[in-house]
Design a protein around this ligand. Structure first.
Ligand code: TXA
Ligand code: MG
Length: 345
């Protein structure tokens, strides 16, 4: 699988049908193709085909018990994919689709077995990216798509990231430039009596609660005793090769940790923001965005994590962010990337 030729189709947002025809044909032939969404790049395959879905798992090296999100470009496509759409799910759909919200619903007949990893529910998402929508429409199929990274790596926010992880392992990459939001969609479970946020993401908890009232938020950190509701939550995730160490403290404290580690001969990086970048001295200092707008941090986060690897950094000290709004998703990813551990001053 390593040595096939991965085609790259470069498109822009007012993409023409012809530019996507080859990619759409690959998908119809049950090949797998990466494409941009408004959150991160996805690795797409025909959600009705066990064969195509099997190729997604194989290319990513993804554990078979971690189910995939099925992407649609028209709510009518849901009819054969789900058994029912509860009232609250309907409200969320009306408010947030197309957009960065994935909804878990009781699954219907049509979905390939390996998409749901044997669960009785299925995750559905209607992405808000012109290229993703055009590609899905053109295939006429529901498209299963996890993030287009090697399992465990940070999700890709550019075609170059996808290439780093999957070149030679997939049929092609639709290159639509950098993605906008930069962290994945929010996953909400609407299959039970109460709405639960399984993964914070592009749509914030406050935005969801404004539509359906109070929701449950799955707390899974350090909760190894209980089986996670979203199977993806139990794996090491979003981790560059370098070891990320989160620090909740002053810049002087972070710098003291950097200095101590560098004395041992380690190549040390600092993950910081525009406001603080000039205050650090290390082998690599990278800003992922501005503290005054956490959406810029979400946008730059995964690219920054990957950039440390490109500079052979061994240990990254990372600042923490307030866990409100999109900060909840940012800290969720940073915590996982750091193995759940934060060092306090
Ligand atoms: O923004 C996104 O959601 C991106 C783009 C490509 O759409 N996709 C993405 O997919 O992040 P993935 O596979 O990397 O993450 C999907 C998450 C996993 O944590 C998985 O366990 C969970 O959704 N999930 C999928 N189906 C589920 C189900 N039936 N019940 C509970 N969790 C589910
Ligand atoms: Mg992923």
């Amino acid at each position: 699988m390593e040595n096939r030729n991965t085609i790259r189709w470069i498109v822009d947002n007012d993409v023409h049908k012809l530019q996507l025809e080859e990619a759409a044909q690959c998908l119809r032939r049950n090949e797998v193709v990466a494409f941009p969404t408004e959150t991160v790049y996805g690795l797409g395959g025909n959600a009705l085909s066990d064969e195509a879905v099997g190729k997604i798992f194989a290319a990513k090296g993804r554990p078979a018990d971690n189910p995939l999100i099925v992407h649609i470009a028209d709510t009518g496509q849901m009819d054969s994919l789900v058994r029912s759409v509860p009232e609250k799910a309907r409200k969320l759909i009306d408010r947030f689709w197309p957009g960065p919200l994935t909804i878990i619903l009781p699954s219907g007949q049509a979905v390939a077995n390996n998409v749901t990893a044997g669960l009785s529910t299925v995750a559905i998402r209607f992405p808000d990216h012109p290229v993703a929508r055009a590609l899905i429409e053109q295939t006429g199929l529901p498209i299963a798509a996890p993030s287009a990274n090697r399992s465990g790596m940070p999700s890709p926010t550019s075609a170059a990231h996808v290439e780093q992880d999957l070149a030679g392992r997939i049929a092609g990459i639709v290159d639509g430039g950098e993605t906008g939001i930069g962290v994945e969609s929010t996953v909400v479970d609407c299959s039970g009596d109460e709405v639960a946020i399984l993964r914070p993401g592009g749509v914030t908890r406050a935005e969801i609660e404004a539509v359906v009232g109070p929701v449950i938020v799955e707390k899974h950190e350090d909760d190894t005793a209980n089986a996670p509701k979203s199977p993806g939550m139990k794996y090491r995730h979003y981790s560059p090769d370098a070891e990320l160490r989160l620090v909740d403290g002053s810049q002087a404290f972070v710098q003291s940790l950097v200095d101590k580690e560098r004395e041992k001969g380690t190549r040390v990086g600092v993950l910081t923001t525009d406001e603080h970048r000039m205050t650090y001295l290390a082998d690599s200092v990278i800003s992922c965005g501005s503290q005054s707008d956490l959406y810029t941090v979400a946008h730059g986060l995964y690219g920054a994590l990957r950039a440390f690897d490109a500079q052979n950094i061994q240990v990254i000290y990372g600042e923490v962010f307030p866990e409100t709004g999109v900060g909840e998703a940012i800290m969720n990813r940073l915590r996982k990337s750091a193995g759940g551990y934060i060092q306090y001053e």
